[in-house]
Design a binder for this molecule. Sequence first.
Ligand code: SF4
Length: 318
Amino acid sequence: MAENTYDAIVIGSGISGGWAAKELTEKGLKTIMLERGRDIKHVEGYTNANKNPWDFPHRGGRTQEMIKDYPVLKRDYPLNETNLDYWVNEKECPYTETKRFDWYRGYHVGGRSLMWGRQSYRHSDIDFEANLKDGIAVDWPIRYKDIDPWYSYAEKFAGINGTNEDFPGYPHGDLMPAMPMNCVEKDVAKRVRDHYKNARIVTNARVANITQPLPGRTACQYRNKCWLGCPFGAYFSTQSSTLPAAMKTGNLTLRPFSIVTKIIYDKDTKKAKGVEIIDAETNKTYEYFAKVVFVCICDELNMGVDEFRYRCLGRRPW
Ligand code: SF4
């Protein structure tokens, strides 16, 4: 095999890229994962993970200068000084909006898997059948039963904690025990359930923080610092989970600072056959070839689950 030829190319190293790299390498494919930004090593790369509010000049808050420099990120909670270097510099990398589009970007190994909100839910048949029933948009080509085992596969590896409830539109998952409610939350949950005769419930969020150890990962220490990278590997990220699994196979080459500029198209086979990249450090151009080119972008992370459902399904799920 030539030096620049692999079985598979994975573009991006965020949640999707990490999963793709894990699955492809575990199936025996020699894979190169291309990441446009720098490398952030698990544990040692999380420079602020053990800092306290008083260790930051502004106690972890946002300054007027940051608000000026980050016109998109300032729209929501992520803008603060505790992990500013995980987010794209919006002055250097602006984009044009014809209508509002919140594009929160992280250019580094792991992408936004280091900063995501970790909310992890299953669609149900209410979602999969919605377009057909409402007569709008495009009917999903699959139904819940088709994807159910894959949800389980992902949940068991990622480690999702939560509570299974017998509630419409909220399928059971393969979950770790939920983070316990406090006494007030328990009381509110009971009162809501009683008052609405189980037609409304208050339940735990399903979150990709492990409450029981997994190989190479320690259970969550409840430190509320999950956007800084987790030295315990307790929340699901590329670094804590999929990258170590892919590396363990010996089949993965990780190439940071690799900006993919084009997919190389083979006119004869009418298929993609590789990619061209610019090395962000040297400005040199390189080509890589493979039978599989896996493009991994996951903008639903920007949207949040509700918005993702809304955009995919053409309707709000409630
Ligand atoms: S997952 Fe748990 S241990 Fe890790 S940073 Fe978040 S709160 Fe802390």
